[in-house]
Design a protein around this ligand. Structure first.
Ligand code: SAM
Length: 286
């Protein structure tokens, strides 16, 4: 690194640490973040890639640890994020490729990894406004589906994703990877079904449930009259009756062919782009 991080060649304690051993206790703690228990206890998670780390810092996320490979040493963008990490009280680790592979469980790891504080939005703080769309997911199980939905929500300009019931962890490595960085852009809330239904009553939003037995063609719904919450069912069992009966409309996407249903992330994408169709134009700023 440059002189910001060294005093006459001597590393400043608490700034850049060089780690090559897999048995280093800091590395062990970071590797433990592959377990939900450890993510929950530390309220942190891992995101891979320099661009993601830069975006997250720009969006004001708190970085606890920055890890970069020796190969990334000296790159101006890496130095900039290292400076920011240190300035915000975080730790910077320069590690061997072997350590980075082990931390990310990949043969060809990204050169930069960030450990960030998790961020949850309280459901009661969400007050849907005109033109806003939220996605509520009932017990989403698959990390790839959740990551894809967060990315799609971001791309469509949706305002947040609400996880209803026991769900897969949005901060798992697999989900974060599938979001392609959108995990930093889309507010996430969680709720029990009861909390969700009680929030719905005062939210002022219309909840559009989606169901294979839905009576309404999803293209005929008026998505302009109120803010919209799209309520999507679990991958295996679909929306339970307790949630379905409280929806303001139960929409169905007409299907042909032999498939019983669409994949959850695909159905969410179809719904969200229809619900926001009147708000999206090619002229909108990227
Ligand atoms: N076996 C489940 C069932 O009977 O509902 C299939 C669930 S499907 C894989 C996951 C979710 O995607 C559904 O609960 C629903 O929210 C949505 N979905 C999939 N295909 C749909 C369609 N054609 N119309 C409306 N929603 C659909």
């Amino acid at each position: 690194m440059n002189n910001d991080f060294r005093d006459g060649g001597v590393r400043r304690v608490g700034q850049v640490k060089e780690v090559t051993s897999l048995s280093n206790p800091i590395i062990k703690d970071i590797k433990a973040l592959s377990q939900k228990k450890s993510r929950d206890e530390t309220k942190s998670f891992m995101a891979e890639g320099l661009k993601l780390v830069i975006d997250a810092l720009e969006l004001g996320w708190t970085i606890r640890t920055l890890i970069y490979s020796k190969a990334a040493k000296g790159k101006p963008a890496v130095e900039q994020v290292a400076v920011k990490t240190v300035a915000s009280g975080g730790l910077v680790l320069e590690v061997s490729e072997k350590v980075l592979s082990s931390v990310t469980r990949r043969d060809n790891p990204q050169m930069v990894v960030g450990i960030f504080e998790q961020r949850w939005t309280a459901l009661k703080a969400i007050r849907p406004q005109d033109g806003e769309t939220y996605v509520a997911l009932d017990r989403v199980r698959d990390p790839g589906n959740l990551g894809t939905i967060i990315r799609t929500a971001d791309a469509s300009g949706a305002s947040g994703v609400i996880l209803v019931g026991e769900s897969t962890d949005p901060f798992s490595l697999e989900t974060v990877r599938a979001t392609m960085g959108s995990v930093f852009a889309v507010p996430l809330a969680r709720a029990t079904p009861e909390e969700f239904l009680s929030w719905k009553k005062t939210s002022g939003a219309q909840v559009v449930g989606t169901h294979l037995a839905g009576a309404v063609d999803y293209r005929t719904i008026n998505y302009k009259k109120k803010p919209v919450v799209l309520l999507m069912g679990n991958e295996q069992s679909g929306l339970p009756e307790a949630l379905a009966k409280e929806a303001d409309a139960l929409a169905r996407i007409p299907q042909a062919g032999r498939a019983d249903s669409l994949n959850l992330a695909v159905a969410t994408a179809v719904m969200i782009f229809e619900a926001r169709r009147h708000l999206l134009t090619l002229d909108a700023p990227a």
